[in-house]
Design a protein around this ligand. Structure first.
Ligand SMILES: *[C@@H]1O[C@H](CO)[C@@H](O)[C@H](O)[C@H]1NC(C)=O
Ligand SMILES: *[C@@H]1O[C@H](CO)[C@@H](O)[C@H](O)[C@H]1NC(C)=O
Ligand SMILES: *[C@@H]1O[C@H](CO)[C@@H](O)[C@H](O)[C@H]1NC(C)=O
Ligand SMILES: *[C@@H]1O[C@H](CO)[C@@H](O)[C@H](O)[C@H]1NC(C)=O
Length: 512
């Protein structure tokens, strides 16, 4: 290796950072990531679904009321969370596993790789679902790649024991740690294990033939009592589906308590930043795979052990899950100029959320978050880009001519089958949309969320919102350009040497 001056400086810097972090050994991070988890949480005012352990975390921290994912799909969201870049920039355009086979680019730097370099002991327990391996390398990996996904992601006793191993090793090596616990709950499983119910709510429940998870006491709910989300039809089939989801939430919630107990037992209660969130919206119509609010909005709870950190408070700050990577780097004292690749960073976004844990920022009408969705399954090509302010949401559906695609997992669900059955047989469907409206979307959708939180009245092109719409469109384009979105010019033009060249196909890409 020819040691250029640049290399020497980089190595020196590396050694200095490594020594400081190692010397202190007092700052750790735990991320508790739910899989398709939504707002079925007492802390977010669900009155029926009981989650006392996640609620208790709020007492120790800040609950965010305006947190959004940048993409409503599993692997893309995890890749975005671990790199601080939108899916179109890190290359994870869709699901990672099986025939879908999406991966991030080889030249991307992820949080675990970066932290490992500076002497943090990194681990992942549960669902990983990102690749390639070299881009997302953890020192300790117990995931679906070397375990059964239900054991490592839903068997909370098994997960607890793995966390214990990880923490013992971090203590033995006397290193600060970064641990990502990727719960597979409350993901559906009607597509993979229908015998355990639509949400695997019977797996390990102790019912005949389901085995037992020693640390889990399942909680059951009456279907006619669930708090139905507005985007789910009010029928018995859908309500029973939601009740099953609630039971699975009880496993996730008790799992959170077990992991937090392991942190405490390892002596790290007072030096660990704890983050609870989810990858994307719930697996119901308008949720996961959609950029409507039920697909984009996420629970986010952050608890900092710092003495001056806010406790038991709510934040209204507009934040993105893209902010988590810079937050964790900030926590470990890594300065922005050392953040290496991921060249979107700068211009104030994404940004560390640590200051919000001390003081609520002033809300501004100009606060926005961005979203970028391309695939979920490989067959589900439906690119969308969106910008959301406190008041408005603008969605650009690039392939608006085709029906909105439905994933296998939602397709087989009782909720979606019920929509299909009722639509086919022309029975009443007490839903806020028709199937046709759900499938066929216009190129542009603009909603005034204050007047129309359900996103039903498309204001695109209305003179009364012209200024707001054009400002959002400009900001969306600027973000796409800055983050090198290959879809910048779609569907009306081709991107060639940083310019949009018209295709003359009758589709204006942004001018109307
Ligand atoms: C480590 O501790 C020293 C002395 O308390 C402090 O000056 C330094 O900022 C700490 N470094 C980190 C990365 O926390
Ligand atoms: C990373 O790789 C992608 C895909 O090959 C490429 O488009 C991009 O320019 C590369 N980024 C950097 C910073 O080298
Ligand atoms: C969960 O894991 C524990 C510990 O490994 C094991 O004893 C138990 O049988 C597992 N439960 C199921 C349902 O697989
Ligand atoms: C939908 O219809 C099919 C065929 O009649 C039936 O087997 C299924 O149980 C129905 N599902 C729901 C949720 O109504």
């Amino acid at each position: 290796m020819a040691g250029s001056p640049g290399t020497v400086i980089a190595i020196l810097l590396f050694v200095v950072i490594r020594d400081t972090v190692l010397a202190n050994n007092t700052r750790n991070v735990l991320i508790l990531l739910a899989d398709d988890g939504g707002f079925e949480l007492g802390a977010y005012l669900n009155k029926i679904c009981q989650t006392p352990n996640i609620d208790a975390l709020v007492k120790r921290g800040v609950i965010f009321n305006n947190a959004f994912t940048s993409v409503s799909s599993c692997s893309p969201s995890r890749a975005s969370l671990l790199t601080g870049t939108p899916s179109h920039q890190n290359g994870m355009y869709g699901l990672h596993h099986g025939v879908h086979h999406f991966n991030s680019f080889d030249n991307i730097t992820s949080l675990p790789n970066k932290l490992s370099e500076i002497g943090v002991y990194t681990g992942i327990i549960g669902k990983k679902h990102v690749g390639p391996r070299d881009v997302y390398r953890f020192d300790f990996e117990q995931t679906e790649e070397n375990n059964n996904v239900n054991q490592v992601g839903r068997n909370i006793t098994y997960m607890k024991l793995l966390a214990r191993d990880f923490l013992a090793e971090a203590n033995k090596q006397n290193k600060p740690f970064f641990l990502l616990v990727g719960f597979h709950d409350p993901h559906r499983c009607g597509h993979s294990h229908p015998e355990w119910g639509p949400f695997c709510e019977r797996f390990g429940s102790g019912e005949p033939g389901t085995g037992r998870i020693p640390d889990w006491t399942p909680w059951y709910y009456q279907w006619d009592e669930v708090q139905l989300p507005y985007h789910v039809q009010d029928t018995e089939a859908a309500r029973r589906d939601v009740a099953a989801q609630y039971t699975t939430m009880s496993r996730l919630d008790q799992g959170v308590a077990l992991i937090l107990k392991e942190i405490e037992a390892a002596g790290h209660n007072d030096n660990t930043l704890v983050i609870y969130t989810s990858d994307n919206g719930i697996p119901f119509p308008s949720g996961r795979t959609n950029l409507y609010d039920p697909g984009l909005r996420e629970p986010l709870i952050m608890s900092s052990p710092e003495p001056n950190a806010r406790k038991n408070e709510a934040s209204g700050a507009m934040v993105s899950l893209l902010d988590i990577a810079p937050t964790v780097l900030d926590w470990f004292g890594v300065k922005e100029e050392q953040e290496m690749s991921n060249d979107i960073w700068g211009e104030g976004e994404p940004r560390s959320l640590l200051p919000i844990l001390e003081k609520e920022p002033k809300p501004s009408e100009s606060d926005v978050v961005f979203a970028s969705q391309t695939h979920h399954e490989v067959t589900m090509y439906y690119p969308m880009r969106a910008v959301r302010s406190r008041r408005y949401k603008l969605i650009h559906n690039l392939n608006y001519g085709m029906p909105f695609p439905i994933d296998q997992d939602l397709y087989v669900s009782p909720t979606f089958q019920d929509i299909l059955n009722r639509t086919r047989s022309k029975q009443p469907l007490p839903w806020y949309k028709t199937l046709k409206q759900y499938y066929y979307r216009p190129q542009w959708e603009l909603y005034d969320l204050r007047a129309d939180p359900l996103e039903l009245k498309n204001l695109h092109g209305k003179p009364s919102v012209e200024a707001a719409e054009s400002s959002l469109r400009d900001r969306l384009r600027a973000w796409q350009r800055r983050s090198r979105d290959p879809w910048l010019c779609a569907p009306g033009a081709v991107l060639e040497r940083a310019e949009c060249r018209a295709l003359d196909n009758g589709l204006s890409h942004f001018l109307h």
